[in-house]
Design a protein around this ligand. Structure first.
Ligand SMILES: NC(=O)c1ccc[n+]([C@@H]2O[C@H](COP(=O)([O-])OP(=O)(O)OC[C@H]3O[C@@H](n4cnc5c(N)ncnc54)[C@H](OP(=O)(O)O)[C@@H]3O)[C@@H](O)[C@H]2O)c1
Length: 343
């Protein structure tokens, strides 16, 4: 493949997020070429193929066996991410995998190592990171607009929906932490960096005590900057963060799911003065898949994505530990994990 030739990519699973957001973004990225969508069910694969003008494949393994595909996007239920990411890397494919990849540091390290050894890109799809509004916040911090940052508060909650959705399934590793909590916790890493510690965590469970439906986590870095992250699956819709410093505060509404066609607004408050800062509209999914395409084409662009995935897995594992999560939600100890590709 030449540097200018687009990377052939395929999708494992006819998922809602692929239909609504990711495949339209893949089609809009000149550095990627959508080859196929694989489903366990021929009809679902066909519906995707018809809409997006690509091939329909029945069965994920059949797709991985093809040598006209260099990269895969994995929007499967969370419980299947590790196994299929490993299968794809072993088949020599670059991997873009949906959040949450895993709650096991050992598993994330294993996948990152596999990708490195095989010279492949490996990225967890946190699309919001690629929206320019967060860089604008970082610029405000660097310019001193907030003084010394003291506290980050970040929230992502969504209302209850159809109970059959995978987000409520314990066996498929749904739950508030992996579905929504992963976002404010990832945002905390933007501002608290590598040295953050999870000071305390609470998860609330559904009536059966199985699926975590809410959570709150307190984090801190070694300078004393703290982050309070709140999340849930039984909440009025809210996705926002605010960074509060010694001289000002900036608030970001639509922090994690800004609509692609609309400018976003940052509100900067300093004393009596309030300033609204407009950030031009941006399609964060298009920017995320473009970053992935760059990592496919350029070995030098790969390491940060793999390191981010490992750090995120460690934060989620630590939250589960601090919250005293019951056995099904805990990561398996390293070495007991079976390398099993579900059928
Ligand atoms: N980045 C984001 O903004 C974002 C937003 C929403 C969700 N997500 C993540 O994306 C992933 C998919 O979420 P979604 O809401 O799109 O889910 P979904 O519509 O239920 O899609 C999941 C797909 O996985 C496949 N699958 C394989 N084994 C399955 C099983 N045992 N049960 C159910 N489905 C199975 C199915 O495809 P086939 O039947 O075609 O094989 C199904 O369509 C999750 O990891 C979620 O956390 C990310």
């Amino acid at each position: 493949m030449s540097d200018t030739e687009p990377t052939g990519i395929a999708v494992l699973g006819a998922a809602d997020i692929a239909w609504r957001r990711t495949i339209p973004a893949l089609l809009g990225c000149p550095r990627l070429r959508l080859v196929a969508v694989a489903s366990r069910t021929p009809d679902k694969a066909r519906a995707f193929a018809d809409r997006f003008g690509c091939e329909a494949v029945t069965g994920y393994e059949r797709l991985l066996a093809r040598d006209d595909i260099a990269a895969v996007y994995i929007p499967l239920p969370n419980a299947l991410h590790e196994a299929w990411a490993e299968a794809a890397l072993r088949a020599g494919k670059h991997v873009l995998v949906e959040k949450s990849l895993t709650v096991s540091t050992a598993a994330a390290q294993h996948l990152a190592r596999l990708a490195r050894e095989r010279g492949l890109a490996f990225m967890e799809n946190f699309a919001f990171l690629h929206h320019p509004q967060h860089q604008r916040v970082r610029d405000l911090v660097a310019e001193g607009a907030l003084g010394t940052p003291r506290v980050l508060t970040a929230s992502f909650g969504i209302p209850r929906a159809d109970p059959a959705l995978i987000r409520y399934s314990v066996p498929l590793a749904g739950g508030a932490l992996r579905e929504t909590g992963c976002y404010p916790l990832r945002a905390a890493q933007l501002f608290l960096g590598d040295g953050l510690d999870v000071l305390g965590a609470r998860l609330g469970y559904d009536e059966d005590g199985g699926c975590d439906m809410s959570g709150s986590v307190l984090l801190a870095d070694d300078t004393g900057l703290t982050a309070q992250c709140d999340f849930g699956l039984d909440h009025a819709y809210r996705n926002t963060y605010a960074l509060w410093g010694s001289e000002g505060r900036v608030e970001v509404d639509w922090a994690f799911t800004p609509p692609p066609g609309r400018p976003t607004l940052l509100r900067l408050r300093r004393g009596e003065h309030t300033e609204d800062i407009t950030v031009p509209a941006a399609d964060q999914f298009l920017r995320a898949v473009t970053a992935f395409a760059e990592a496919c084409a350029d070995p030098a662009a790969r390491a940060p994505h793999a390191a981010d995935a490992v750090r995120q897995a460690t934060v989620l594992a630590t939250v589960l530990d601090r919250a005293g999560a019951p056995a099904p939600a805990r990561p398996e100890p390293a070495g007991t994990r079976r390398s099993h590709v579900p059928g």
